[in-house]
Design a protein. Structure first.
Length: 167
């Protein structure tokens, strides 16, 4: 098995997935993960925050407590997000780097209620005893502009392990 994996890793494959297939593949990956690292920056000071996230297609939703990441987004809405699977071997290497535009959604807007549904507030709400969507939070909505997928196992399907999706 080790030799087969080594030969697969050495194999030079540049074939990109068809766009619609890649977008569906990425959307399924995002749907199956609920934690990410959100990177923001202001005044040349970067900040990376582990944060719960939920997706709809290639758009991510997070609840941002008042603080540095929200202040950074107000100053600079360009963000980067990293999401990956745990490493258990070469063929398990799978993750995305998202470059996107963040928007802050305040309570009291129609978009807030829709974002809370996507955010799946009920999951955390059960633990906290909530029976209605919480009020007073700020939702961070990130619309992906570019998603770079690295997935070594794609080589087994004769696709490059590096795939790029752009809006």
């Amino acid at each position: 098995m080790g030799t087969e994996i080594y030969e697969l890793l050495k194999k030079k494959i540049t074939t990109q997935m068809p766009r619609d297939q890649l977008e569906q593949h990425i959307a399924e990956f995002l749907q199956s993960h609920n934690m990410c690292v959100l990177a923001t920056a202001s005044d040349n000071v970067p900040r990376a925050s582990s944060i719960e996230c939920y997706s709809e297609g290639t758009t991510l939703y997070m609840v941002g407590d008042p603080g540095t990441k929200v202040d950074n987004i107000k100053a600079n809405p360009r963000v980067s997000i990293g999401i990956h699977d745990p490493l258990s071997g070469w063929l398990s290497i799978k993750g995305v780097q998202i470059t996107g535009q963040a928007t802050l959604i305040s309570d009291g807007t129609p978009e807030y209620d829709e974002a809370m549904k996507i955010y799946q507030w009920q999951n955390l709400g059960k633990e906290l005893g909530w029976t209605k969507p919480p009020k007073g939070f700020t939702i961070i909505k990130v619309e992906a502009k570019r998603i770079e997928l690295v997935e070594i196992a794609l080589k087994q399907q004769d696709y490059s392990e590096h795939q790029v999706w752009e809006a």
